[in-house]
Design a protein around this ligand. Structure first.
Ligand code: SF4
Length: 93
């Protein structure tokens, strides 16, 4: 098992194996992905009005792609497109 689809095939990011009845084996990776880059510790996210729908975006991008922090590529697609999404949703009602 992996914490993320991005990790498939990366042996040091395996977190467990249900077939071997070893549900969790790599607590370091589990802890890092659950709390290592918590968006609630991010000042921008704390102030962001989209945090309730975003949840801080992709943890893998936050942890492993420092340039994404600068560019905020981990932000929800809703952040810059909410009006368009609402227009589309409303037009379908
Ligand atoms: S949209 Fe960006 S700034 Fe806002 S909560 Fe999500 S990750 Fe944080």
């Amino acid at each position: 098992m992996y914490k993320c689809w991005h990790h498939l095939g990366v042996n040091n990011l395996v977190v467990g194996n249900v077939l071997l009845n070893k549900i969790f084996t790599n607590y370091n990776v589990i802890a890092r992905y659950m709390k290592g880059e918590d968006y609630l510790d991010d000042a921008k996210c704390k102030e962001c009005k989209y945090s309730i729908v975003c949840g801080g975006g992709c943890p893998d991008l936050r942890l492993n792609n420092p340039s994404s922090k600068k560019n905020e590529t981990y932000c929800s697609i809703f952040k810059n497109n909410m009006h368009s999404f609402l227009d589309i949703k409303y037009s379908k009602l």
